[in-house]
Ligand binder design. Structure first.
Ligand code: NAD
Length: 436
């Protein structure tokens, strides 16, 4: 081992934690996971066992409610926050108060009040917040940034962005805590935050106003109208769930079983609810018109019940147009299947592999296909590993992909303004949201 290893503590020991735990394990020469916190001791145990299996000392285990004690007793250098969205601020604020750096999963938080508190806490702290917007690190998205910055289409005037989540991945947000707006902020915060962040980063601009529409038209009790609902509460133990293309069979997937099914006794977190069960408080069909401080306008759509997964984004500029079409591999690829063939995101087969097409249409000349190499098949289009190299190894960051707390707030702003606009029927200015 060279020198003293950097000490990490992680809070929120669910599935996303796996990527960070593995990243620290893989860098055991310079990094050490000293503590894990979660309300669920079983899930902590799963991650701790992975650390021990690598021949490393077991991290100390804490109830998330004892986070301050964790900080004082285990003295981490950096805190990693991968907990339920609506709880991020608690750990950000505690870590910043202790002058620690924080690596925080998106969304930074779920309310304007907490966003303002985090920015103020960072001002007072010697610690720094990095928000893990891994989509920035996808080579396709870096290429878009590069083309726009070098003026390939001149000055950008408007953007169109249409994101589709399929009935496996999109459905997953309706099986557990994401289905509750007060836990996830709804998909305009939880999911669109990625997309709004990309636009902010691509344009180097911040949203100032949003007008939006949103509805819950497919999941939840709509299943009765559409005939998709098979009338059970959760998959495990329900005969009606057999053969349901929307059902997540945790027992057939070792990771899901270990992390959630076997952990239920501790906290009652049910990971496999029927997506058509009542109680959903988020939207599954959303659109927003967003104005940017640079004058650019964005028209955005998010559909969570699409037959295919991916997105179309286009930029209209003063010298041409740039278009990107992506069939997202991560959630259509059968690599997400468990060892005995059960799909993690439902039971039906993926229709195709991921692919992309990027086209530059300059004025008065033939369109050019932009080749960004073979489509990266794993980890958010290859973004995850590239992000970890910047976060943990100090790899070069040529496009300023590393996102700050302010970037996190700007990504949140369009989603929060959109949610407020849906509620009020009015256009909502971002400054009004952050008035207090
Ligand atoms: N960037 C990405 O691509 C990406 C992908 C997946 C998840 N995420 C983010 O990672 C985070 C975790 O998502 P996940 O899919 O792992 O969810 P998960 O449900 O698997 O894990 C969440 C964990 O938080 C714990 N928790 C619940 N209440 C808590 C509290 N009060 N304090 C601390 N922990 C608490 C739960 O017990 C659980 O272990 C979310 O913020 C999500 O947005 C990001």
């Amino acid at each position: 081992m060279s020198g003293t290893p950097h000490r990490y503590a992680l809070v929120g020991a669910g599935s996303r934690a796996t990527m960070f735990v593995n990243a620290v394990i893989e860098r055991s020469d310079k990094a050490r996971l000293v503590a894990l916190a979660d309300p669920n001791p079983h899930r902590i145990g799963v991650h701790a066992a992975a650390v021990e299996a690598a021949g490393l000392p077991a991290p100390a285990a804490y109830d998330a409610a004892d986070f301050d004690r964790l900080l004082s007793e285990t003295e981490p250098d950096t805190v990693i926050v991968t907990s339920v969205d609506a709880t991020h601020h608690e750990y950000l604020l505690a870590a910043l108060a202790a002058d620690l750096d924080v690596i925080c999963e998106k969304p930074l938080t779920t309310t304007a009040e907490h966003a303002a508190e985090i920015l103020a806490a960072e001002e007072r702290s010697a610690g720094k917040v990095t928000v893990t917007f891994n989509y920035r690190y996808n080579p396709l998205h870096e290429k878009v940034a590069e083309l726009l910055r070098e003026g390939a289409i001149g000055e950008v005037i408007s953007v169109g962005f249409d994101w589709l989540l399929d009935t496996r991945h999109g459905a997953d947000y309706f099986r557990r805590w994401h289905r509750l707006a007060d836990r996830s902020g709804g998909l305009l915060v939880h999911k669109s935050g990625h997309h709004f962040d990309l636009v902010n980063w691509w344009l180097d601009a911040a949203p100032v106003q949003a007008f939006a529409k949103g509805k819950l038209a497919f999941y939840g009790e709509n299943g009765k109208r559409t005939g998709h609902d098979r009338g059970y509460d959760r998959v495990a133990g329900s005969a009606n769930a057999e053969g349901d293309p929307f059902a997540l069979h945790m027992a057939e997937n070792p990771q899901l079983k270990e992390l959630y099914l076997d952990a239920e006794g501790e906290d009652g977190y049910i990971r496999d609810q029927n997506v058509f069960a009542p109680g959903v408080t988020i939207y599954d069909d959303m659109m927003a018109l967003v104005d940017y401080d640079s004058g650019v306008t964005l028209s955005y759509r998010l559909t969570a019940y699409s037959p295919w997964e991916g997105y179309r984004v286009h930029f209209n500029g003063t010298r041409g147009r740039l278009e990107l079409l992506v069939v997202e591999n991560d959630h259509v690829n059968p690599h997400l299947k468990g060892p005995n063939g059960a799909s993690i995101h439902g039971t039906h087969e993926a229709a195709e592999e991921g692919w992309y097409e990027m086209t530059l249409h300059p004025f008065w000349t033939k369109p050019t296909k932009i080749d960004v190499g073979e489509y990266q098949r794993k980890g958010h289009g290859g973004g995850d590993q590239r992000m970890l190299a910047v976060l943990f190894d100090g790899a070069a960051d040529p496009h300023q992909r590393s996102a700050t707390a302010r970037d996190g707030v700007n990504a949140l702003a369009a989603g929060l303004a959109s949610n407020e606009s849906i509620a009020t029927g009015q256009a909502v200015a971002v400054t009004d949201l952050f008035k207090q």
